[in-house]
Write a protein that binds this ligand. Structure first.
Ligand code: NAD
Length: 245
């Protein structure tokens, strides 16, 4: 049992899906959480439902917005012990059909956004002498998936980002790791995997089902805890065996 009581966290994408489940799991452990999201109203609704949480509107793809959010979280929470980069988007299409905007937006939010937030919060963590960073990658960060060229590229990038930050900031007391889930039927997951396509995807997963948000949150709680002090640059794959086939 590794307590998190009294710690603080900055959770991007915290208004919905996996980020929302992580924010909830953290607050249940006594963590004060900044629920950070592009959808400020949804972030506020989420934060209001959680003990000790605050809401911050932020576009992770915009450096000025990220800096403002980091400054506000530091001012309101005092320090930031844990960062979870869960903000993300998925738009799927055949490679030959995707537009420049489609490509750029996916990379901007999923990869550049994760870097910008890690840099802004990382600077705070370096100054305070340590912290934990947890990036949401994906099974699509380890294997190629049809019609996922932009998404896969962004998530392969998130794994590279995680490993590079892990070696640069390890000596600063900051552990940087990632979590790679299989499909979770959040807003994002439902848009990509509803219906027959989803049934086919489930057939490829040895345990025969998709993952639940609380199963991803459990891994985030572990990575944020003292029990994970030797995890640095690691990727926790939570995919029921999908990527080992
Ligand atoms: P979701 O759509 O339920 O939530 C994503 C949240 O990110 C939303 O609240 C959205 O408003 C926010 N967001 C989007 N763009 C943003 C921006 N520019 N700035 C700030 N916030 C922004 O999605 P989810 O399923 O919870 O996904 C969370 C993370 O997990 C994503 O990085 C996703 O790629 C990853 N992931 C999801 C699945 C899945 O199947 N759901 C699988 C593997 C990895």
């Amino acid at each position: 049992n590794f307590p998190l009581e009294g710690k603080t966290a900055f959770v991007t994408g915290g208004a919905s899906g996996i980020g929302a489940a992580i924010a909830e799991a953290f607050t249940e452990k006594g963590v004060r959480v900044a629920v950070v999201d592009l959808d400020e109203a949804a972030a506020k609704a989420r934060a209001d439902s959680l003990e000790g949480a605050i809401a911050i509107g932020c576009n992770v793809a915009d450096p000025a917005s990220v800096q403002k959010a980091a400054d506000r979280a530091k001012a309101e929470l005092g320090r930031i012990d844990i960062l979870v980069n869960s903000a993300g988007i998925a738009a799927l299409a055949p490679a030959e059909d995707i537009s420049f905007d489609f490509w750029k937006r996916t990379i901007d939010v999923n990869l550049t956004g994760s870097f910008l937030v890690a840099q802004a919060i990382g600077r705070i963590m370096i100054e305070q002498g340590g912290g934990r960073i947890i990036n949401l990658a994906s099974q699509a960060g380890s294997v190629a998936i049809d019609e996922h060229v932009a998404y896969c590229s962004s998530k392969f990038g998130v794994l590279g980002l995680t490993k590079c930050l892990a070696i640069e900031w390890g000596e600063c007391g900051i552990n940087v790791n990632s979590i790679s889930p299989t499909v979770v039927l959040t807003e994002l997951g439902k848009n990509a995997w509803a219906g027959e396509k989803g049934e086919k995807a489930i057939a490829q997963i040895p345990v025969g089902r998709f993952a639940e948000p609380c199963e991803i949150a459990a891994a985030a709680v572990f990575l944020a805890s003292e029990g994970a002090a030797m995890f640095n640059g690691a990727d926790l794959i939570i995919d029921g065996g999908y990527t080992i086939k």
